[in-house]
Design a protein around this ligand. Structure first.
Ligand code: BGC
Length: 867
């Protein structure tokens, strides 16, 4: 219940904004029929008590209003699609209440082009690594036609009910919509790493670890396994994956997403969604968009230019749409002064028109700001009430009234209901889908919970990712792998089982023992949790190794005593973060700093001062400042283990002992100085209608792009990771691919002009995304143990294009036995070879030669060529 009260406090701004709208809605016809569920059936929103303080503020429709009207195009990134005006309230641009026309976007009709663009249904995605682009057009068209048919017989109130959640905790799931006729309604459930608030489920490794594998097969398998658990529990929409960029090292939710590069994040999102939806659950890509810090997440405006938005932050969402994602969640924050869930340019303009997204946009929890959001592109409000438990809704009765008085066309409500129902049909959830069989709020009530065990053998993929995501950062004198040491010491509370048990803190909002997940809504309960000490001790027993341990992070003298006389002292440290409704050790979601928690740096240095073979294992949500000890010659090896889920300890053990040759690569840069990072938390304070301003002044230069452009030497660069073997590269070949079928846009693009993106879905057109070049090269394992390599392809654009010095545009995996050589292949598309032309509003070919680098990390170039 703490969730409710803390959340309610956060919603005060939307209450005030809601009050303004509620006042307007009271001018409307109140003849609305009382609809059917508790939220919807409340009549028009009563004015919250705070309203009295606003009583001098005129309504935006009253004559002589002192609110400034702005031309629509100043609202956000470009011209809006459907709205006709905006007003400024304080510093917030709000869509005005007037009457709107609605122009349904045409459903992109994509014909099948054999080989590259086959007709695809969610249950049968293309195999991993195939360079085909799935064409979900026919599957969407079939789903749309069923959805259209379904709404024929529905009343306006019934259609509105499809779009309106039943209110916070008024159903078994985190979000619920009511049944309408024979449509059973929807259950929406967290999280991006497994089923939250349920028993007998798997705690998968976090998103950031999934990205750190750089392995599409594992990304897909994790998605598929998670998907089957959501389906087994009867969740219709899984609230993940999360794909905000790791813009800020200290950003509280950095671990839920896929790191600091849009390409890597895009591939991880793509594979995760194909996996989730293959199992039958609707995936929900979140949070659209620029929700990069927790502080003031509902009262901050991210100021982002159009090119940066397209090339960096929107890209993972574009890949999600290409994967056929059924839902997208709009975020809490404002973008360029307009709330995400009210942002016409970003929802209608970019997602629905430019990307041709045919599913639904749902709000983050209490992120809906007005009824007019329906016009700016929002399709569903979650959890339904304006504030948790407020008993009213911006949709529900208000939406019905807005239709009845002519403000919002009924055709738009039809479109909302169709999009929501289409997602349900698209995944085949209309036939034989399991009923929700758990209750998020009453886990012990056997009348509400069937306690189904949905875990299957998913521990295997957890183990594989927990292992394959570990990045070996340092290894001097072959400190690792351990080879039957006689005696070892394991030091630090992060090696231990949590003293309060794995679920000792609600939503993992505490720090205790091995860190295997951050905190907040992006979590699950653990059904088990293998700590490092358990895994290592079992292995030590087999090897006849004597093992001792010490888990008090603050008693440095005793820690040193335990380390003395052993062959290796393995020190575990950590750093945690999460969502802002929980504060842990003074960290209100975002991390206060980038130093290790629990005296970690002192612990490392104390042990290293007495032991020549100190091995460090780090469980961290994101980058950490490792300068206090990284150059210490007694620190011989460093494993970067992230958040491994239930099998965290086993993964670490596998890599320590060389049972798995490390193949993880950093999904972000680790800097030498905190001030080296391109962007930092903005911790200003806000007042209602005066959100804090977060300027994205670094533009395209996030993560390694900044370090490259500014010539700052990082401690460990993006893409970095060592192995127990060595790889060599040779024989670069670049081949232009030719197709018999040419598209008109291709000639325009080749000529250096910008092909128009006016057509719906233009940014994911087949001509833009099908492979344009095939890049091949040989990789040889020249060491004496088997290992997997992750070749990375970076492009160097010609300077006049204004691109960063290099950008990641491809990667692959090659598993090689000792001495073995394999040819690797990466394809690149015209989209990969383009930049976003702000003036032409399209993807443009740069003028000049493009360099191609095949690298082992963003700084270890192995082969060079050009296009
Ligand atoms: C989070 C979402 C989450 C939702 C429902 C919000 O606070 O931002 O990511 O899905 O709550 O729990």
């Amino acid at each position: 219940m703490f969730l409710v009260s803390s959340f309610a406090a956060l919603c005060s701004l939307s209450t005030l904004l809601g009050a303004v709208e509620a006042q307007n809605s009271s001018l409307l016809s109140s003849t609305t029929e009382p609809p059917r569920n508790s939220v919807v059936s409340s009549s028009l929103s009563p004015l919250p008590s705070e309203f009295s303080s606003l009583s001098t503020e005129p309504s935006s429709t009253s004559p002589g209003s002192s609110l400034t009207s702005f031309p629509a195009s100043s609202a956000s990134l470009g011209p809006p699609v459907a709205t006709s005006g905006f007003s400024r309230i304080g510093n917030v641009l709000k869509p005005t209440i007037t009457s709107y026309t609605f122009d349904p976007l045409p459903t992109p009709s994509e014909s099948s082009i054999p080989k590259n663009f086959p007709e695809t249904y969610p249950h049968d995605p293309p195999p991993v690594g195939d360079s085909v682009i799935p064409n979900f057009g026919p599957a969407w068209a079939a789903a749309y036609s069923k959805a259209r048919e379904k709404i024929q017989s529905l009343t306006l109130e019934e259609k509105v009910n499809i779009t309106t959640g039943v209110g916070w905790m008024n159903g078994p799931c985190v979000g619920n919509t009511p049944p309408v006729g024979d449509f059973p309604g929807l259950c929406l459930g967290d999280s991006p790493l497994g089923v939250r608030f349920a028993d007998y489920v798997t705690a998968f490794p976090a998103g950031i670890n999934t990205a750190a594998t750089w392995n599409r097969k594992l990304m897909r398998e994790r998605g598929k396994a998670m998907g089957s658990e959501f389906v087994g529990k009867g969740v219709n929409i899984a609230l993940g994956p999360a794909m905000n960029m790791g813009r800020l090292a200290q950003g509280g939710r950095i671990w839920e997403s896929f790191g600091g590069d849009p390409f890597l994040a895009g591939e991880t999102a793509y594979e995760t969604i194909l996996g989730l939806q293959k199992s039958g659950v609707q995936a929900c890509a979140k949070h659209w968009i620029n929700n990069e810090q927790e502080h003031a997440r509902q009262q901050s405006t991210s100021q982002v230019d159009d090119r940066t938005q397209h090339e960096i932050y929107a890209h993972p969402f574009l890949r999600s749409v290409m994967a056929g994602v059924a839902a997208i969640m709009c975020s809490y924050n404002l973008i360029n002064d307009t709330y995400a869930c009210e942002n016409d340019k970003l929802m209608n303009g970019v997602l629905k028109r430019e990307f041709g997204f045919q599913g639904q946009i749902l709000s983050d929890w209490s992120a809906t700001e007005s009824t007019i959001s329906a016009i700016t592109g929002l399709d569903m409000t979650m959890p339904g009430d304006i504030q948790f438990d407020s008993g009213d809704s911006f949709f529900g009765g208000n939406l019905t009234a807005y239709v009845n008085n002519g403000t919002i066309p009924e055709a738009r409500v039809d479109d909302m209901a169709i999009r929501i129902l289409a997602g349900w049909y698209f995944l085949g959830q209309d036939s034989g889908y399991p009923e929700t069989n758990f209750n998020s709020w009453f886990p012990l009530d056997d009348t509400k919970n069937k306690h189904l065990d949905v875990r299957d053998d998913h521990w295997k993929v957890v183990r594989e990712i927990a292992t394959a995501s570990i990045v070996l950062l340092k290894n001097t004198g072959d400190a690792l792998p351990l080879n039957k040491p006689r005696k070892i010491a394991v030091i630090g509370s992060d090696a231990a089982p949590p003293t309060r048990g794995p679920n000792g803190f609600a939503d993992r909002g505490g720090s205790d023992g091995i860190l295997a997940m951050g905190w907040g809504s992006g979590t699950t309960d653990f059904t088990y949790l293998i700590s490092p000490i358990e895994a290592i001790q079992a292995r030590a027993g087999r090897d006849g190794t004597a093992i001792n341990w010490y888990f008090d992070d603050f008693n440095l003298g005793d820690a040193q005593n335990v380390a003395r006389g052993t062959d290796a002292a393995i020190v575990f440290i950590k750093s945690d973060s999460g969502e802002e409704y929980l504060t842990v050790d003074g960290n209100v979601g975002d991390r206060k700093n980038l130093t290790a928690w629990a005296n970690g740096d002192n612990l490392v240095n104390a042990v290293a001062s007495v032991h020549k073979n100190t091995i460090i294992v780090v469980n961290s949500v994101g980058p950490l400042n490792v300068e206090p000890w990284i150059d210490n010659p007694n620190v011989t090896a460093v494993l970067w283990a992230g958040l491994g889920g239930s099998e965290a300890g086993n993964g670490i053990k596998d890599v320590l002992y060389g049972d798995y040759n490390p193949s993880g690569r950093l999904p972000y840069t680790i800097a030498r100085n905190n001030t080296d990072y391109p962007a930092h938390l903005v911790l200003d304070s806000w007042t209602p209608n005066h959100p804090i301003v977060i300027p994205y002044t670094e533009g395209l230069l996030i993560d390694y792009r900044w370090f490259d452009a500014k010539q700052i030497i990082p401690r460990f660069e993006f893409g970095f990771g060592l192995s127990y073997t060595t790889f060599e590269y040779s024989n670069l070949g670049i081949e232009k691919l030719r197709y018999s079928q040419q598209f008109a846009e291709e000639a325009v693009w080749e000529s250096g002009e910008t092909p128009s993106t006016n057509a719906t879905g233009a940014s994911r057109a087949i001509w833009l995304h099908r492979p344009a070049y095939r890049v091949t090269f040989d990789v040889q394992n020249v060491g004496d143990v088997a290992g997997a390599e992750t070749p990375q392809l970076y492009l160097e654009f010609p300077a006049p294009s204004g691109e960063p010095p290099q950008t990641l545009k491809g990667f692959t995996n090659v598993a090689l036995g000792p001495g073995e050589t394999q040819q690797a292949e990466i394809t690149i598309s015209k989209y990969d070879l383009s930049y976003w032309d702000v003036v032409g509003q399209g993807w443009k070919k740069p003028d000049g030669e493009i360099g191609v680098r095949i690298s082992q990390s963003s700084r270890k170039v192995r082969l060079r060529g050009s296009i």
